[in-house]
Design a protein around this ligand. Sequence first.
Ligand code: PMV
Length: 363
Amino acid sequence: MAPTDVRSLVIPKSSMSSGQVSWRSPSNIALVKYWGKFGNQYPRNPSVSFTLSAAYTETTIQYKPREDYKKKLSISFQFDGRSMPTFEQRIEQYLIGLISQFNFLEQFDLDIQTRNSFPHSSGIASSASGMSALALCLCSIEDHFFQTLQEDQAFRTKASMTARLGSGSACRSIYAHAALWGETGAVDGASNEYAVSLESMLHPSFVAYQDAILLVSREEKSVSSSAGHGLMDHHPFASVRYEQANRNLQSALECLQHGDLERFVLLCEQEAMQLHALMMSSSPYYLLIKPNTLAIIQAVQSYRNETGIPICFTLDAGPNVHLLYPKENKDAVENFINDKLVNYCHQGAWIKDEMGLGPLQSL
Ligand code: PMV
């Protein structure tokens, strides 16, 4: 049965056509972490991240008018040219949840092709880049048929909100350089619904900030981030954490604005440690860092003390280590990584990344 609903984003039969859209969207690394959520993917505390560059997902959606309405949606999904039933199910559920905002999804056969710039088994979470790339494609299709997202800000806001519904952290990947997500009086326009750009307040010291991602383990995570967020609901330290995250956010914004690298280093490391301390003190508790994660952390602290280079580490919900440092220290730090840290990485693997310019639409 063809859809009879006359909601605003239903394409009239006479305007239906086939086409294709592609977006490349980067990953991001949180400085102040989002950990704990409520309602429809709203964060318990505001978070701030740097947008990356080398770690990205490229997604293409080919759409053509649908002939068969047996299922709610008609999608096919391939990752790196191969079917992936678990991913496909997750994407299908996500898209079904979005029909009320993108009514036209029901009107097409959607063929979704996606690939990551980093290996699937690298231990790098692909949900931020993957969900943001997909959300951007949906917004482009909407704009193609309805011209509702012609202004850059309207486009990005809807893309960010849509990405958030797929994976909270994905909403921050929509913006160049740095982004903030979550309600806070500290930034105008900040919202739980979508992220906002921090580009205009970034001190020049942070431009092209480097991120070396040290791949300590390539194993799949033992706990999904959804389950991890869930454990914050009854966490004994939850309210203290949320208060502290708000204070750290204020502090992070001051550092980013004034180029206070010394304070930035302490803050990033404290946030990373607190994220993992929350995991280690939840019920059930879990431990995601590995002995080599700690070996790297200690080597980085010694290197910073010896050289005075303002390098710091941060962690995602996993064992891999992100090293953040100014571009002017790139050569020295890369030598340090190659001399001292690669031994702690799985098969010596690490990824050179840096703050990036945000998503790119491919034609
Ligand atoms: O977006 P999710 O649900 O995968 O959660 C991400 C959580 C952290 O990466 C640990 C922190 C963050 O703010 O990105």
